[in-house]
Design a protein around this ligand. Structure first.
Ligand code: GLP
Length: 261
């Protein structure tokens, strides 16, 4: 794992954009996350597109997950969230038909999960990730199999409470299940770039980076990923023990990628 600790979330978003933009060429398969964490990164990608430095026009994008049973026109349906963030020439150039999301409206969500797994094989080139306070990536909640392909998951009470802010602050409105890329699907990405901001993510970041690999902290599977970068702001990194070492190694290994902008 490579650990980048940035002063602010804005620095983290800029750093992630600097990592991603030079890699994107025609045919690139970009794994995209939802949640509030990647919003700053997407703004950076849109700005780079507006300046002619970046385009997803000839690329495909692959969502991590989708709520089960959410109405097709619901603004929090992840397909609609990602459309607003990325699709169109005024955003990143991504074409709607090149945005892939699990079908949360399918009568059989388990079949939708199998279909998505078949579609996404052999994996994306680069996967953008956020992290839940309980250490989930995608919607892989604690104690799910570390070997899962795309699958149907039941959300924990904490995730439902965390996501209620997107549903009129009413937990009753939050879907109870989701179709998510499994941990094995995420592990097939060529590179994984995980962003974590705020003290509410500090336990999850510490468990992911310095804890034992465990289904109880699903993101800890990334310790087995050959090319995983964890970008945390100071607050999210506040429970890490080896911060001095991470700062030294980042500067030594990525001299062209400053942590502060
Ligand atoms: C959601 C998403 C995850 C996301 C996480 C954190 O449940 N399924 O992909 O990483 O929650 O969300 P946020 O970035 O808003 O803290």
């Amino acid at each position: 794992m490579h650990i980048a600790i940035t002063p602010t979330p804005e620095d983290a978003s800029k750093l992630a954009a600097k990592i991603i933009i030079p890699q994107v060429k025609s045919g690139f398969r970009l794994g995209v996350a939802t949640g509030s964490t990647p919003e700053g990164l997407y703004a950076e990608l849109r700005a780079a597109h507006a300046q002619g430095q970046f385009s997803l026009e000839e690329c495909t994008a692959w969502a991590l997950d989708e709520y089960v049973g959410i109405a097709p026109d619901h603004p929090e349906r992840y397909r609609n969230v990602l459309r607003r963030e990325l699709v169109g020439s005024e955003k990143t150039g991504l074409k709607d038909e090149n945005l892939h999301t699990p079908d949360g409206t399918a009568a059989d969500p388990h079949q939708a999960a199998r279909d998505y797994e078949a579609e996404i094989a052999p994996g994306v080139d680069l996967q953008i990730l956020g992290i839940g306070a309980d250490g989930h990536i995608g919607f892989n909640e604690p104690t799910g199999s570390l070997a899962n392909p795309t699958n149907v998951v039941t959300l924990t009470a904490q995730t439902i409470a965390d996501n209620a802010r997107f549903f009129d602050n009413d937990e009753a409105n939050v879907p109870k299940q989701a179709v998510t890329q499994g941990l094995s699907t995420i592990m097939k990405s060529g590179q994984a770039v995980l962003l974590a901001f705020g003290s509410q993510k500090a336990d999850a970041v510490a468990a992911t980076v310095e804890g034992a690999v465990s289904a109880f902290w699903p993101a800890s599977i990334l310790q087995y990923h050959l090319n995983a970068i964890i970008i945390a702001d100071e607050a999210a990194a506040s429970k890490l023990q080896l911060t001095d070492y991470y700062r030294q190694t980042w500067q030594a290994e990525y001299p062209d990628l400053p942590l502060s902008y």
